[in-house]
Design a protein around this ligand. Structure first.
Ligand SMILES: [Zn+2]
Ligand SMILES: [Zn+2]
Length: 130
């Protein structure tokens, strides 16, 4: 958490109570969260404030958004050298982190400087498959 706060300062952003709360919630979550989930976990924080803060953090490269094509973007913190990808069970809604990414392969394959990418999976989890 201290590291996160110093990154915020490095970015020239003021540390306000809602910003700290939102970072804390995202930091403690092991899955990406929707804006409403962040609002709930912040205990009565204002939706607009959370929305604006999340957009701000995203634009500064602190957050990554995950889109499972269900009209709800979910957000998670980008840790240094490590950004999460996820798999969603469309039956029970469980979300798990994936520890793979093919960005290096794509970089090699295309010689592009990659500025953004997304890679999400939707499936039926082992429990629901039974
Ligand atoms: Zn499931
Ligand atoms: Zn990736």
């Amino acid at each position: 958490m201290e590291k996160l706060l110093s990154r915020i300062k490095e970015l020239g952003l003021k540390i306000t109570v809602p910003r700290r709360q939102i970072l804390n919630v995202l930091n403690e979550s092991n899955k990406p969260l929707t804006i409403s989930e962040i609002v709930n976990k912040c205990g009565g924080a204002d939706f607009t404030t959370v929305f604006r803060t999340v957009k701000l953090f995203s634009s500064k490269g602190l957050l990554q958004s995950t889109n499972f094509n269900d009209k709800q973007l979910r957000y998670s913190l980008i840790k240094k050298d490590n950004h999460p990808h996820h798999i969603l069970c469309k039956n029970c809604g469980k979300i798990e982190e994936l520890e793979i990414c093919i960005i290096d392969k794509v970089r090699k394959l295309t010689d592009y400087r990659i500025v953004d990418h997304s890679m999400e999976f939707i499936g039926i989890c082992p429990e629901c498959k039974k």
